[in-house]
Design a protein around this ligand. Structure first.
Ligand code: MG
Length: 380
């Protein structure tokens, strides 16, 4: 029996992980964590009977009330405790943002297998996390695809990896991007995901974060990581080998597939996801991303290539920018402007320690708030 802890169980990946676990006979839930959705967490406790639960902060512990047979803790310390608990075999990290870094490292240090859905963790602390590469399995659909394409292959025979991107809701939008609303940005054409990642998909920052994620997971230089726009999201990513052969992974656009593969790896098990009907596909198209309209992807390549703490800063500035956009405090096109200004101010440190990363993450968020105020002043 595989004992699983899900960090971020009330989010999109967390709830889908629970659906997958329900139909896998040799997996069971040991622990769950939620930041603020107490009502859904209560429901999940009733159904899955975990032994341990972590909630965002102490005030929420009261709100959650007593649950018999369940130990309850709060905050980052609670997450690290659950992630490294002796009875846990596998930790699914489905937290949003750089908040995933510390619990992921705690799980890895305790020898756990980690199924990682949280790309910001690799963006902020890739060199620390990859010390434990044998224990890591990606959940992100593109990286799961590449993982499968590379299985049994010799890395030195790879020419490049090709990440596919849907292009988001504004791929063919002809209006002014500066005037798009939060509602428009939240309408992803293919994937039903959480708010932050959906906005990241609209700006192409999601693909930028995934480029950095791929760099760390598979060890390729940035000039060997290509992005192509593939609006149908049927090919989840590809690998081109030195003889020109391309191996692609295709499947139904459903996160429960890569989640299940991460839980059952190296085995493949029957799934609850309906099969892809190839005869119903009308076309598979590919195009180059437009880096002028979507500068976030360009910024991510820049940050990744320079490295050190610059990706941490870019990620922190992006988290703030997305939050401010969702609160309708800045425009859609101010997101990359804000990120670029914060990146320009930063002098990167190379090979940072975990503490240095955490400190720089906080100061970059403060810098981003200041820049946001300057941008607002300029717009008036
Ligand atoms: Mg992805």
């Amino acid at each position: 029996m595989l004992n699983i802890a899900i960090l971020g169980s009330t989010g999109s990946i967390g709830t889908q992980t629970l659906e997958v676990i329900k139909h896998l006979p040799d997996c069971q839930v040991f622990g769950l964590s939620a930041n603020s959705n107490v009502a859904l967490l209560k429901e999940q406790i009733n159904i899955h009977q975990p032994k341990m639960v972590v909630i965002g902060d102490q005030s929420k512990v009261k709100e959650l009330g007593k649950c018999s047979g369940v130990s309850i803790s709060a905050g980052n310390d609670g997450l690290c405790e659950l992630a490294s608990h002796p009875e846990v075999d596998l930790v699914v990290v489905a937290l949003v943002g750089a908040a995933g870094l510390q619990p992921t490292i705690a799980a890895l240090q305790a020898g756990k297998r980690v199924a990682l859905a949280n790309k910001e963790t690799l963006v902020a602390g890739g060199h620390l996390v990859m010390e434990y590469r044998e224990q890591l399995i990606p959940i992100d659909s593109e990286h799961s695809a590449i993982w499968q394409c590379l299985d049994g292959k010799n890395i030195s025979e790879v020419k490049e990896i090709i990440l596919t991107a849907s292009g988001g809701p504004f791929l063919n939008y002809t209006g002014e991007l500066a005037k798009v609303t939060v509602m428009q940005a939240l309408k992803h054409p293919n994937w039903d995901m959480g708010g932050k990642i959906t906005i990241d998909s609209a700006t192409l920052m999601n693909k930028g974060l995934e480029v950095i994620e791929a760099h760390w997971l598979f060890g390729f230089d940035y000039d060997k990581i290509e992005v192509v726009i593939h609006p149908q999201s049927i090919i989840h990513s590809m690998v081109r080998f030195c003889d020109g052969t391309i191996i692609a992974q295709l499947g139904t656009t459903d996160m429960r597939l890569p989640i299940q593969y991460a839980l059952t790896y190296p085995q493949i098990k029957p799934s609850i996801v309906p099969d892809l009907d190839l005869t119903k596909l009308s076309e598979l198209t590919f195009a180059k991303p437009d880096l002028e309209r979507f500068p976030c992807l360009k910024l991510a390549y820049q940050a990744g290539k320079i490295g050190g703490t610059l990706p941490t800063v870019m990620n922190a500035a992006n988290e703030i920018a997305v939050e401010l956009f969702m609160q309708e405090k800045i425009s859609f096109t101010a997101i990359p402007q804000l990120i670029e200004m914060v990146m320009e101010e930063h002098q990167p440190i190379f090979n940072p320690t975990l503490n240095e990363i955490l400190e720089i993450d906080i100061s970059a968020r403060e810098a981003a708030m200041k820049v946001a105020n300057q941008l607002k002043g300029r717009m008036k």
